[in-house]
Design a binder for this molecule. Structure first.
Ligand SMILES: Cc1ncc(COP(=O)(O)OP(=O)(O)O)c(N)n1
Ligand SMILES: Cc1ncsc1CCOP(=O)(O)O
Length: 326
């Protein structure tokens, strides 16, 4: 055992016996403590514990160091290291993208919904995320067919009324409206779907949402959260922020396009993927070139100087050849 531990150190304990003997001061002083057992690895960072199970190659630890060096968050680097396979080395690209080689997140089973969530289209296309029912109506009038009501800081009665109005408007336009966070009100209004963040997974009743027939979209910010999200068999998974955003303080640095392309490969034919964060018309073609089926946008519509023009341009980005020959 080392004599002194610094804030950037990662302590590795082999077997749970080592872990039991480790001084509790290690856990608080170090950046992280990795406990390696036969079938599982647990990473403790502060008060968070990430536990993974599954097969891993002999050089997973070297791979872990390499993925940390690529600036992945420690729990994401650990997922990638777990999925690292030496038999891929001969291939052009050894980056892990085969979901079956990825580990399983331990400790989620009690949260699982027994009923799968209703599906939504693989290509959700342009997906504006807006703050109130007024915005929903304006976008529906412009032909937007997938959107989200993300109303913050409204008291209950106002929120209930906004959700009801937005859901009714979406229904009249045959559009797919997701409600952010407020899953009970979304069920009450019979919305198309609900969008939840990772922290909501412990408090929302997923079974009730599934039983009510609503679709579920889940936020993720990296590999570990993607494994967590996919465990729940949601209707789509959102990944972000792809680019820097001023709309929301993000828990991780922007993912960028190359990571987005890898996430697309990982979840291909498993679950629809939505990219979010800093997306506007200027970068949309690059985002779609990764193969992602949907781009969620806030400022690209809410801060557009000409809303109609912005929506038409974004829609065109999804269907560049639509309208040709007419
Ligand atoms: C499509 C989409 N992706 C991500 C988010 C962010 O949701 P969440 O993590 O719940 O954070 P808040 O939106 O509640 O700030 C989203 N809303 N939509
Ligand atoms: C809500 C949210 N979740 C991840 S990024 C983001 C904000 C996206 O906003 P913008 O499109 O303005 O960058």
């Amino acid at each position: 055992m080392p004599s002194s531990i610094e804030a950037h150190d990662l302590i590795i304990l082999y077997s749970t016996t080592d872990a039991a003997q480790a001084e509790s001061s290690y856990f608080s002083a170090a950046a992280g403590v990795l406990t390696v057992a036969d079938k599982t690895i647990s990473l403790q960072c502060g008060d968070k514990i990430y536990s993974l199970a599954g097969a891993r190659s002999n050089d997973w630890l070297a791979a872990f160091a390499a993925f940390l060096d690529c600036n992945f968050m420690p729990h994401d680097a650990l997922v990638l290291a777990h999925a690292w396979r030496t038999d891929n080395l001969a291939a052009n690209d050894a980056w892990p993208v085969d979901y079956d080689s990825f580990p399983r997140v331990v400790g989620l089973d009690h949260l699982r919904s027994n009923t799968p969530f209703a599906p939504c289209p693989w290509q959700l296309g342009l997906y504006p995320v807006v703050p109130n029912a007024d915005w929903v109506e304006r976008l529906l009038d412009l032909g937007v067919t997938t959107l989200q009501l993300r109303a913050k800081n409204l008291e209950h009665a106002m929120l209930q009324a906004e959700i009801k109005r937005a859901v009714q408007a979406a229904r009249q336009h045959n559009a797919q409206l997701f409600i952010n966070d407020h899953w009970q009100l979304a069920i009450e209004a019979n919305a198309y779907g609900v969008h939840l963040g990772q922290e909501d997974l412990c408090t929302a009743n997923l079974q009730t949402i599934a039983n009510a027939g609503l679709r579920l979209g889940l936020s993720t910010h990296g590999y570990y959260e993607m494994l967590v999200a996919y465990h729940f068999q949601p209707s789509y998974i959102a990944i972000g922020a792809v680019f820097p955003t001023t709309t929301k303080v993000m828990p991780t640095t922007p993912q960028g396009l190359s990571r987005l392309a890898r996430y697309v490969q990982l979840l291909k034919e498993k679950v629809p993927l939505v990219a979010i964060g800093g997306i506007d018309h200027a970068v949309l073609a690059d985002v779609l070139a990764t193969g992602v089926g949907s781009a969620a946008v806030v400022r690209a519509v809410t801060e557009a100087s000409d809303l109609r023009e912005a929506v038409v341009a974004l829609q065109q980005g999804f269907a560049p050849n639509a309208g040709l020959g007419k």
